[in-house]
Design a protein around this ligand. Sequence first.
Ligand SMILES: Cc1cc2nc3c(=O)[nH]c(=O)nc-3n(C[C@H](O)[C@H](O)[C@H](O)COP(=O)(O)OP(=O)(O)OC[C@H]3O[C@@H](n4cnc5c(N)ncnc54)[C@H](O)[C@@H]3O)c2cc1C
Length: 469
Amino acid sequence: MTGEITPAFLDRLKVVLGDAGWSVDPARLQPKLIEWRRRWTGTTPFLALPKSAAEVAAVVRLCAQAGVPITPQGGNTGLVGGQIPQGEILLSTERLRAIRDLDGLDDVMVVEAGATLAATHEAALAAGRRFPLNLASEGSATIGGLISTNAGGTAVLRYGNMRDLVLGLEVVLPNGDLWNGLKRLRKDNTGYDLKQLIIGAEGTLGVVTAAALKLYPTLASRAVAFVGVASPREAAELLILAKAVAGGELEAFELIARLGVALAVRHLPGLREPLESLPPWYVLIEIANSRPRSADAVLEGLLARALENDIILDGVLAQNDTQGRAFWAIREGQSAAQLPEGPAWKHDISVPLSRVPDFIAQASRDLQVRFPGVRIDAFGHMGDGNIHFDVLAPIGGDLDRHSAARDDGARLVHDLVTAMQGSISAEHGLGIMKTDEAESLKSPIEIAALRAIRASLDPHRVMNPRVLF
Ligand SMILES: Cc1cc2nc3c(=O)[nH]c(=O)nc-3n(C[C@H](O)[C@H](O)[C@H](O)COP(=O)(O)OP(=O)(O)OC[C@H]3O[C@@H](n4cnc5c(N)ncnc54)[C@H](O)[C@@H]3O)c2cc1C
C-alpha cells in the first residue's frame, strides 16, 4: 500500500509540526536533495522538521496510517544515496540536537540524533571524556546517521564501529510507536537485541531520535608518523609489528598509495609532501595513550625496529600537533583531492586482513588489463582490512567513457572481493547504490529472514522503501 500525498494529508502533518516545523520552500529543500558529490539528486513534496521525539512519532504515525513513505535524513553525508528522497516525505533531524545527559561514572552520554559528531566530541571533551569515533565528515555527519549506517572511520581498530559504541537507543518504530531503549548497561543479556538491528538499518526500521553512547578517557599523549613502504605487503608486516609493540595503544593505521598523497598535495591548499623520498606506498600511524609524553617513545621504538628489519623505507614523526594535523589532513582529504581529477569509481571493500596485499595487487593488475591506463587510488583503514579502492580515469582520458564503464569496473572488483570472502560495503552501507548487488550476493535464506523481520515491523514498507531488502 503506497498512499497518495494529498494536500489534506500535508495539512495534518503541518498541524503536528507547527509553523517552524516544516518547509516546501525550494531554496530550503535544495541542499537536502543533492548528495555532496552530486551523484544523486532527489525530490520531495514536504520537508518535516520535528523538534522532539514526540513530533517524530506523530509524523511517522500519520505516514504509517496513510501508507505514505518517509526518508529520514541527518547530515546528508552518506555515500550510497540512502538519504536522498525520490518523492517521499523527507524527515530531517536537524532540530534534534540536544546533548541530554553526560555521566562521568557511567561513562555515557545521551545525545539526540541530529547532533553532529563534532558537537558530540566537543561536549564529551568539555566533560573530560572522549567519544572515539573519528571520520572526515564529522562537522556534518549526525549521530542518527552514523548509527543508521553503522559508521566506522579511522579508530575502529581500537574502539570498534558504531555497533560497539552504542549502549542504548530511542527510536520511533515504523508504526509511530516511540521505543525508549536508552539503557546504559555494559552487560544486558536478555534475548534479542533490538538496538543492534536498528544500528545499520539505514532508516528502514524506524527513526533514531537519541542514543546512549560509550565514553572513554581523554588522551594525554599522541604521536603520529608518516612512513614509506615498498608495498601493501610491507604495510601488513608493519601492522603486525605495531600491534606487538604498541598493543592496545595503536589508535590508527591507515594505508595511502603514492597517487593519493600526490593528489592531496596538488589539489588541497597548504599540504606538503610528508616524505621527500616519494615512496610507492605510505602508512599513517597514530599511537595514543593516557600517560603524558609516552606515545612518542613507543612510536620511535616501533619505527626504529621497522627500519632495522627493513620493513619500512623511510619515516617521519610529527614534531608537534600542527604537523600531526597536517599529516591527518592528507589522509582525510583523499576524497576531496580526487574531485578535480574527474569521476572516480569508488569501492568501499573489506577482505580478511591477511588478503589485503593480494587483493590490491590482483585487482590493480586485472583493472589495468581490462581498462588500460586507469589510475588506482587505494587508501584507507588497513588495520580493519577495509580499503577504499578508487579508480580514476587515465591521464588525458575521456571522462564520460570512464563514467560509463563504472559498473563494469565495480563488477570486476566486487567479484574478486567475493572470491576472497570479503564485503562489497565495509562501512558506507548499501543505500540505493548497492542494495541490488548485495541482494544477489547474500544467501536467499538470509534475505528471506531479513525481509520477514522488516515486514513484521513495517508491513507497508513506509520507512526508506528503496533501501535494503
Ligand atoms: C568526506 C567524507 C568522509 C567519510 N568517511 C567515512 C568513514 O571513514 N567511515 C564511515 O563509516 N563513513 C564515512 N563517511 C560516510 C558518512 O559520513 C556516513 O555515512 C555518516 O554515517 C552519515 O551520517 P549523516 O548524518 O550524514 O546521515 P545521512 O547521510 O543523512 O543518512 C545516511 C543514512 O542514514 C539514514 N538516517 C539518517 N539519520 C537517521 C535517523 N535519525 N534515523 C534513521 N535513519 C537515519 C538515512 O535515511 C540514510 O539511509 C564519509 C563521508 C564523507 C562525506
